[in-house]
Design a protein around this ligand. Structure first.
Ligand code: PLP
Length: 500
């Protein structure tokens, strides 16, 4: 078993899978536009939004899906979403630059949710265009109220972001009490009284429309608790004469990156064995991803994204809405309906699932004579261009041969190390030994699938003046793939892209 290739093959759904089979098209794009290159499928983001909407319909809920812009900088994705039904789809912006970009892509201010900590310029522009302001703190509320008055602006709709739900301890199922992770953002629940008082005081400038949270966790239990808590807190608000009508549960619905649960299981088991020295290392210099050997026992927690998921994205939302909430014992969907609350969500990663890939040219393949032989594959990209590793996402790239069928002498799976184009020992695309169906050759492409969420441009930089990836939007026109630069994409570009 020790020598068998430990694949972590990507989960690929139809348009992305078909794109990966269009080898000559991808090679011609990389020939013309260079390596690295990001390729986006804007229609998929709209399909994902529709899947989230279907969950709303199933639970008879109203409210909006706000795309968390920070997951990807693309204009094509934003414009494609702007073409969707305005009551259903909005955008969550966390900086003045993102707000300006959203407005320029066709979102009207009333479809924008401004989140994160904000400076005066961001608050002013958000208020001016009639965005909903998701208030991060009491200080931000004071600042917004004085801006609205000082500039004679219309009353601004606000949500209050809450945090510190950890005053409730959560059981992990094994009887251990764990506290949910503390967030730097939002107002701690224990301080809400001061917040309600300030909202009453500033009622001429701001109108409270609801409560919000964003928990950076995959734990549905913790999220269900927070949701229920928000509903209960909004009851207190109503008793004070405020008129909230929405709960915004943030993002974090997740993506399943891997096709096969067994491959994930096998790899993580092998990592523990390697950390214990029971098998050859699976990684560069025996890196353990946070696991260590303490006297023959594996300790620590692997800092890895749960890359194989049985439920993620819209399915995760469905599950969250359906499971009975801890205090009142009824599902969150029922609670929201009973209270006539809108449900807002802010998916980032999950909304751009299957929306694109990142291409890298193989520049050189070298084999060191160590025992066993070590193959280094040098790519025309660096770790900043495909920050899967940075986010703990482990998934194999897909080999796209330069041309024609594979030559027979080249067949057979092989473990390689993927190194980047920076003169840095640390510039590894991943510290994992990656198994490919055969040894690549210079000129081949490696395609990292499903990189649109955070991996594509979140960490991209200009170190050593290496070229930054260009981004293109593609679609299939009959049997032909067509493309345009990201910045030139408009939803009118092709009829299939029109809103359904
Ligand atoms: C990052 C972020 C999101 C999106 O999170 P995902 O895990 O990508 O869904 C949503 N809301 C807020 C406030 C965020 O900071």
């Amino acid at each position: 078993m020790d020598g068998a290739p430990l694949y972590l093959r990507p989960r690929l759904e139809p348009p992305l899978a078909a794109l990966l089979e269009a080898g000559p098209f991808l090679h011609s794009l990389a020939d013309a536009l260079g390596s690295p290159l990001n390729v986006l499928l804007p229609d998929v983001v709209a399909e994902n939004a529709a899947r989230f909407r279907a969950v709303y319909r199933r639970h008879h809920l109203t409210g909006r899906v706000y795309f968390a812009h920070k997951a990807n900088r693309s204009s094509a994705l934003l414009r494609r979403l702007a073409a969707e039904e305005s009551r259903s789809v909005g955008v969550d912006v966390a900086s003045t630059g993102e707000l300006q970009h959203a407005l320029s892509c066709g979102f009207t201010g009333d479809r924008v949710m401004a989140t994160g900590p904000k400076d005066a310029g961001f608050l002013w522009l958000a208020a001016r265009v009639g965005a909903t302001v998701n208030l991060d703190s009491l200080g931000e509320l004071e600042q917004l109220a004085s801006l609205v008055r000082g500039h004679g602006m219309e009353r601004v709709e606000v949500l209050v972001r809450l945090s510190g739900f950890e005053s409730d301890s959560v059981s992990d199922g094994a009887g251990t009490r764990m506290l949910s992770r503390r967030s730097r953002f939002g107002t701690p629940v224990r301080d809400v009284d001061a917040l309600w008082k300030a909202l009453e005081r500033h009622a001429d400038a701001v109108e409270l429309i609801g409560a919000a949270y964003h928990l950076d966790t995959t734990g549905a239990e913790e999220k269900a608790r927070a949701l229920e808590r928000c509903v209960l807190l909004l009851d207190d608000c109503r008793a004070r004469g405020l008129t909230p009508r929405a709960v915004d549960i943030g993002g974090g619905f997740g993506v399943g990156y891997l096709a096969d649960a067994d491959e994930w299981e096998r790899w993580t088991t092998a990592l523990s064995e390697a950390v214990l020295g029971e098998r050859a290392p699976l990684t560069w210099r025996g890196h353990g991803y946070g696991l260590r050997n303490e006297g023959g026992t594996v300790r620590g927690t692997a800092a890895l994204y749960p890359a194989h998921r049985t439920t993620a994205g819209p399915g995760y939302l469905d599950e969250l809405l359906s499971r009975p909430a801890p205090v009142l014992g009824r599902p969150p969907a029922t609670l929201l309906l009973e209270h006539l609350h809108d449900l807002h969500i802010e998916p980032g990663r999950a909304l751009v699932d299957q929306c694109g890939l990142s291409l890298a040219r193989v520049l050189e393949v070298s084999t060191a004579g160590d025992e066993p032989a070590r193959h280094l594959v040098r790519l025309g990209m660096n770790a900043g261009d495909v920050s899967l590793e940075e986010h703990g996402v482990l998934v194999d790239p897909v080999l796209i041969p330069r041309e024609g069928p594979q030559e027979p002498e080249q067949t057979g799976p092989v473990g390689v190390h993927l190194v980047g184009n920076l003169c840095l020992e640390a510039d590894l695309i991943t510290r994992r030994t990656v198994f490919l169906p055969r040894l690549p050759r210079a000129g081949d492409l490696l395609a990292f699938a499903n990189t649109a969420g955070y991996a594509m441009d979140f960490r991209a930089h200009h170190a050593q003046r290496q070229p930054a990836a260009r981004t293109v939007a593609v679609h299939k026109d009959g049997a032909t793939w067509r493309w345009c630069p990201d910045e030139d994409y408009w939803p009118t570009t092709h009829p299939q892209g029109a809103p359904s």
